[in-house]
Design a protein around this ligand. Structure first.
Ligand code: NAP
Ligand code: MG
Length: 402
């Protein structure tokens, strides 16, 4: 059989620990036998990031901008303990943070659904994709403790520091307290909105965006206005043609609607709402190993990855020669997502079909009862006997079906 040919290389960002092991096996067992794989390889494993003073991360992000599509393995974000463990020169920044800054993107997460694994909310028969705005609000805020008798003001100056306007936030006559200042940027909100509309259109799902504009009449209202303006100007007709809807509503109403829905929506969230709700949605659907993630930039660049980390606990077992049963589904779907998108952009129907077949084989393997340990206790399907496989056996079972 001839291998499927590619035109443009994928940007391949290798990573750390157990996911690095899975990465190599996924390529060896599931992709390279069928695809004449063309990648531009960047090693984002922590040792090489350290060796290159983290230049490799920036290079990979720029390559993502150049070629358009990247697939990324999970990577360690170093903390003090990792600096010691890997004898690092410095506590390097989060690679995902660096890539997000370069691409100016929005992160979309979506659960991978399998018959036999039921979400905690039984009506969620379709996936809920969640988009999180990753700039500003409380994540770039300043805060102060305020003592009794002091006053706190919101002060706006010109570029030389001359006062233009001020507003009393609170006169702390009755006792001590706290105060916080946060901001956002029209440009950032606009690119967030555009990324969400583009995602909803591409995936043909209804979209909800929510804030609290009735209470936050200027700040949250700005979000509402920007979303509505962009929708009316650029997306109203394409949405209508695609048969999908956009709804702006209040965040508490959105939570109620999402819980009652059958899934099948894109839920666009402000930064804090997205932080909280993405963990709720991921857990409610089952396992971290079944959550895919893609970073989409407003100018049409894509970076596909798994939503989970490097699965350190399993890696230490692997290093001791013990058997592991680590779920590779989200990492496989990062590869299929990237290959499919590359096929679409380069007009390679064979590559797109291959990506779809690999996803189908992966899901059918689990539905037939062959799965990794994390799924065993979640899986219930009449007449299907469950077989727990180790990390490599699971990939081989998929290959057999493929
Ligand atoms: P993690 O790697 O996601 O793992 C946390 C736990 O969740 C695991 O110990 C395991 O539970 C379970 N789990 C996660 N993925 C799994 C999978 N594919 N198959 C089976 N079980 C899975 O998070 P972490 O341990 O907090 O972080 C480890 C490293 O990953 C850190 O250095 C962090 O910086 C990095 N990280 C990277 C990314 C990224 O690159 N996108 C994201 C998050 C974290 P059991 O131990 O109970 O089996
Ligand atoms: Mg969080």
């Amino acid at each position: 059989m001839d291998k499927i040919k590619m035109k443009t290389p994928l940007v391949e960002m290798d990573g750390d620990e157990m996911t690095r092991i899975l990465w190599g096996w996924i390529k060896e067992i599931l992709i390279e036998p069928y695809v004449d794989l063309k990648t531009e390889y960047y090693d984002l494993g922590l040792p090489y990031r350290d060796e290159t003073d983290d230049k490799v991360t920036m290079d990979s992000a720029l390559a993502n901008k150049k070629y358009g599509v990247a697939v990324k393995c999970a990577t360690i974000t170093p903390n003090a303990q990792r600096v010691e463990e890997y004898h690092l020169k410095k506590m390097w920044k989060s690679p995902n943070g660096t890539i997000r800054r370069v691409l100016d993107g929005t992160v979309f997460r979506k659960p991978i659904l399998v018959k036999g694994i039921s979400p905690y909310i039984p009506t969620w028969t379709h996936p809920i994709a969640l988009a999180r705005h990753a700039y500003g609000d409380i994540y770039n805020s300043v805060e102060e403790k305020v003592s009794a008798g002091e006053q706190a003001y919101l002060l706006i100056t010109d570029k030389d520091g001359n006062e233009i306007r001020r507003q009393l936030i609170h006169d702390f006559t009755k006792g001590d307290g706290v105060v916080q200042g946060q901001h956002n940027l029209d440009e950032s909100i606009k690119s967030f909105a555009k990324s969400c509309f583009a995602y909803a259109l591409e995936n043909k799902v209804n979209m909800i965006f929510a804030a609290k504009d009735t209470i936050s009449k200027t700040y949250d209202h700005r979000f509402k206005d920007i979303f509505n303006e962009i929708f009316d100007k650029e997306y109203k007709d394409p949405f209508e043609k695609a048969g999908i809807t956009f709804l702006y509503t209040l965040i508490d109403d959105a939570v109620a609607r999402v819980v009652k829905s059958d899934g099948n929506i894109l839920w666009a969230c402000k930064n804090y709402d997205g932080d909280v709700m993405s963990d709720m949605v991921a857990t409610a659907y089952g396992s971290l190993g079944m959550m895919s993630s893609v970073l989409v930039s407003p100018d049409g660049n894509y970076e596909y990855e798994a939503a989970h980390g490097t699965v350190t606990r399993h890696y230490y077992k692997y290093l001791k020669g013990e058997e592991t049963s680590t779920n590779s589904v989200a990492t496989i779907f990062a590869w299929t997502g990237a290959l499919y998108k590359r096929g679409e952009l380069d007009n390679l129907p064979d590559l797109m079909a291959f990506a779809q077949k690999l996803e189908k084989a992966t899901i059918e393997t689990i539905e037939a009862g062959e799965m990794t340990g994390d799924l065993v206790s979640l899986f219930k399907s009449e007449g299907v006997t469950v077989k727990k496989l180790n990390s490599r056996e699971f990939l081989e079972a998929i290959a057999k079906r493929l």
